[in-house]
Design a protein around this ligand. Sequence first.
Ligand SMILES: Cc1cc2nc3c(=O)[nH]c(=O)nc-3n(C[C@H](O)[C@H](O)[C@H](O)COP(=O)(O)O)c2cc1C
Length: 185
Amino acid sequence: MKTNASRLANVDTHSNASIPEMDGTRDHFIAAMAKAVTGVNLVTTDGRCGRCGVTVSAMSSVSADPPTVLVCVNTDSYASGVIENNGVFCVNVLGAEQQHIAEVFAGVGKLPPEERFARGEWSVGASGSPMLAGAVARFDCRVFRSHRVGSHRIFIGEVLQSSQGDGEALLYNQRQFGRPRFTSH
Ligand SMILES: Cc1cc2nc3c(=O)[nH]c(=O)nc-3n(C[C@H](O)[C@H](O)[C@H](O)COP(=O)(O)O)c2cc1C
């Protein structure tokens, strides 16, 4: 069998289950990325271009000094341009009981942007962005910088306010929602 590495080296290798095949294609990237466990976040925004939200797994802390986070949003999604133009967003880290909200804001049911907010209870953060009641954490941000990389735009947010709630976080792995099961020693 020829693997990518062996193609480079121009040698044959024997098939071996302990050495997974490497592949540089988009399909293999997506399949491999599905193995990564993530939280589920609802990124919301409001301002001169209106109110909307999008479900996002690509969220990370960037810096604690000063508090900074990033989210990656597909430029094809309605929310990407609205966040860019409003210049603000709030990351609502969803709780285990909020899968239905994740689904609505991922486009299930294809509701118009404003109607998606019929689910959930909302308040308004310092940035003007919607903040979801019952979220396990919330990071209300002003866009510090944004960079387009391939299909997505990375929004780096200066955190204006953080808050935390109770309960377990909603998880996502291999295209399924779940909840944490911690091991104890
Ligand atoms: C669990 C989950 C995680 C997702 N993560 C991302 C993400 O990190 N970035 C992104 O752009 N879209 C992500 N999506 C897809 C968007 O939520 C979805 O494509 C988008 O809301 C649909 O676009 P629309 O709102 O314009 O209909 C995710 C969807 C789900 C269900």
